[in-house]
Ligand binder design. Structure first.
Ligand SMILES: [Zn+2]
Length: 323
């Protein structure tokens, strides 16, 4: 991953490149912004540029390859073990960076999901930030920077990463994945500006299965209990993707609300299902749609609390058909 391969984030790229050229990199950076929009890729591009002989990250030399495989001896990656980054991990990191670099001129420490640093680990890391060792670069990545200690944040140079707008991401998806304009807009809206989701395994779910799921949902009625149980079973079985499926249902009801409020088509997520939406909107009222959206929220809560999935889905669908 070189700077040139990174889609968007031009401002951040420029700042880092300039600092690199002028040898004015900070001792520590905090890359902050939502999950899945390329913070880690940017950090790895910076690592490549620093380790590679050509100063840009050629992608071919041994140093670049080692960065790509995350096995460069001077690149130290710290990630949460379980839900936390623990003090032992930071102590190990401090030991590692107290030694000279093995192959490169600098050592880079990447702390992913830095908000997972527990209090003891945070305080230990603070020592390193307060007394930076020459030839060490720390990069903290976080989607929740407000959870970090103030003192950690203030000792890092902060670089904010934003989600891509729907139209921008859709344009990129059209070119890179060869999607139609409508498909690209749907994908961009459902992946919420996240590349990870847009380019990830949800493509089939968002483009193909979404239509079937929405059709199954609207064909339910309070009198048809058997199809309801069947759909509940199907959803419960799709454990890995259930959160995304509930997002799809939410997008559908939200679209209907927008239609009832006379909003323009360009605001719809399911832009390729306009006919279905218009037909369905005739049967819906605002109050009923709001109730259905509440049912979805409640189902999410149940799933978080490990309520039996099948039961949670049955309860959700029953309440939605009655709404
Ligand atoms: Zn290289």
């Amino acid at each position: 991953m070189t700077f040139a391969n990174i889609i968007d984030h031009d401002r951040q790229k420029k700042i880092l490149r300039l600092a690199l050229q002028n040898q004015r990199l900070a001792h520590a950076y905090l890359f902050e912004g939502p999950e899945g929009i390329g913070k880690k890729l940017m950090a790895l591009a910076l690592a490549r540029a620093l380790f590679c002989d050509d100063g840009e990250g050629c992608g071919e030399c041994p140093a670049c390859r080692k960065v790509d495989h995350l096995n460069h001896p001077d690149l130290h990656l710290v990630m949460a073990e379980g839900a936390q980054i623990k003090i032992d991990q930071i102590r190990k990191l401090q030991q590692d960076i107290s030694l000279r670099p093995l192959e490169a001129k600098v050592k880079i420490c990447l702390i992913d999901c830095a908000e997972a640093l527990n209090p003891a680990a945070s305080n230990a890391l603070l020592k390193t930030l307060e007394e930076p060792l020459p030839g060490t670069l720390l990069i903290l990545l976080s989607a929740k920077p407000e959870m970090l200690l103030d003192t950690i944040r203030s000792r890092c140079q902060r670089l904010r990463f934003n989600r891509l707008s729907r139209n921008r991401l859709a344009g990129i998806l059209e070119r890179r994945l060869g999607l139609s304009e409508a498909e690209a807009l749907v994908m961009a809206a459902l992946s919420n500006g996240s590349f990870k989701q847009a380019f990830g395994e949800n493509r089939e779910l968002y483009l193909e299965q979404r239509k079937k799921l929405i059709n199954s949902l609207i064909s339910l009625s309070s009198g048809s209990i058997f199809p309801l149980f069947e759909l509940a079973q199907q959803l419960a079985d799709d454990k890995e993707r259930l959160a995304e499926i509930l997002d799809i249902f939410q997008s559908f009801y939200r679209d209907l609300l927008l239609l009832l409020h006379g909003r323009p088509n360009s605001e719809l997520v399911n832009i390729d299902l306009r006919e279905t939406l218009y037909a369905q909107a005739r049967n819906e009222r605002v109050s009923g749609l709001l109730k259905k959206l509440e049912c979805l929220d409640l189902a999410r809560l149940h799933l978080q609390r490990n309520v039996n999935r099948q039961l949670a889905m049955e309860a959700m669908l029953m309440a939605m058909t009655a709404a």
